[in-house]
Design a binder for this molecule. Structure first.
Ligand code: SF4
Length: 362
């Protein structure tokens, strides 16, 4: 398998963290933490390289879903769909605090640079999430939250754990967000965004990009409004039709191309980071899942290719993470990543789910 893309990825991660350090002047309290993370990137890249050489495909990014619990019930929610599938497979429960801490610590030791904390609503386990960031100061922890559980106490914790970065999810303005997430959710999320901004906390926003909101999410007025609140990271995640019959919600190729062009313009105009998923994957020769660039840990510890394509055959709860990463199924997916290019919108691996569910065998 051609690993040439790894050096591109490591270089991009270095550039990403250096850009974060450059925009940290708007958040002076973060300068120290970001420079430490920037300096750490070279060490983590070497650790990953050494581990890959000894047969452990350590990813740069690990997405850790710490719970399926959530206080909202959004239309087309990935996590609820995943929870239903897990229940059907007899899988329930979430890793306890000690196991979760062990898995995250092992990831840091293997060279993971970013632990993306997701859910469900991860802030239903806020105390444990803060502890994970505190115990692993050399790793960045973006935490994807619906923003409704951010309060004064958590903001005080965030001001101490500078490697823990709240990423508030909205669908656009009031109409789009409340339309998918429920009445009043936009107001509560915006309130949290304003509170984070006032407190000088480095934060970001995350969008599920669909055919009907891509225009709004890439409009100069919308982005300007958030940039003025000193939003530091913008995640544009294309919708994956994990809920059957929702394919029509996906952006088409023309909208995706227009979105990527708009993000290029915003990168030049604003001191912030703009990331598109999977849009930017083409740069790395296609799908980065299955520990090629990232992997997913489900709440019960199952190691999976991706949150949106949750195929796996090992568990980091039952095995040391290094052993779980030696997953034959993930190796099979990595070996054929060239066949996984994002054509008709959404996720190429999800589009090949029969093959992935069959253990990658034809
Ligand atoms: S906040 Fe997130 S996890 Fe909760 S229902 Fe909405 S999309 Fe799902």
């Amino acid at each position: 398998m051609n690993d040439g893309f790894l050096s591109t990825m490591d270089a991009d991660i270095g550039a990403l963290v250096r850009r974060a350090s450059r925009i940290a002047w708007r958040h002076p309290a973060y300068l120290g933490a970001f420079y430490r993370l920037a300096r750490r990137q070279a060490v983590s890249a070497r650790l990953r390289e050494d581990n890959r050489a000894s047969g452990v495909p350590a990813p740069a990014f690990l997405i850790v879903s710490v719970t399926r619990r959530c206080n909202l019930r959004c239309v087309g929610c990935y996590s609820h769909a995943a929870a239903e599938r897990e229940r059907a497979d007899g899988r329930t429960g979430e890793m306890d605090a000690r196991t979760l801490a062990r898995v995250v610590r092992e990831g840091a030791e293997l060279g993971v640079s970013f632990m993306l904390i997701a859910g469900g609503e991860p802030l239903v386990r806020a105390r444990e999430v803060v502890a994970l960031a505190r115990e692993n100061p050399n790793v960045a922890f973006p935490v994807f939250t619906n923003g409704t559980l951010i309060d004064r106490n958590l903001i005080a914790e965030l001001k101490r754990a500078r490697n823990l970065i709240p990423i508030v999810s909205v669908e656009g303005g009031l109409k789009s967000t409340d339309g998918r997430r429920g009445n009043g959710v936009y107001g509560r999320a915006l309130e949290s965004i304003r509170a984070l901004s006032r407190a000088g906390v480095f934060f970001g926003v995350s969008f599920t990009v669909m055919r009907d909101n891509v225009g709004e999410l890439t409009s100069p007025e919308f982005v300007r409004g958030l940039a003025r609140l000193r939003c530091g990271i913008f995640f544009y995640n294309e919708y994956t039709p994990i809920a059957p019959g929702t394919e029509s919600l996906c952006v088409d190729a023309a909208s995706r191309a227009a979105m990527l062009r708009a993000l290029e313009g915003f990168r030049r105009r604003y001191p912030a980071i703009f990331l598109a998923f999977p849009g930017d994957e083409d740069r790395f020769g296609g799908c980065l899942s299955a520990s090629r660039g990232f992997a997913h840990i489900a709440p019960d510890g199952a190691l999976e290719a991706c949150p949106f394509a949750p195929f796996g055959d090992t568990s980091a709860r039952d095995l040391p993470l290094a052993d779980a990463l030696r997953s034959p199924l993930l190796a099979g997916i990595r070996a054929r990543h060239g066949e996984l290019s994002e054509t008709s919108g959404g996720c190429a691996l999800w589009n090949r789910r029969e093959w992935a569910e069959a253990g990658g065998a034809d």
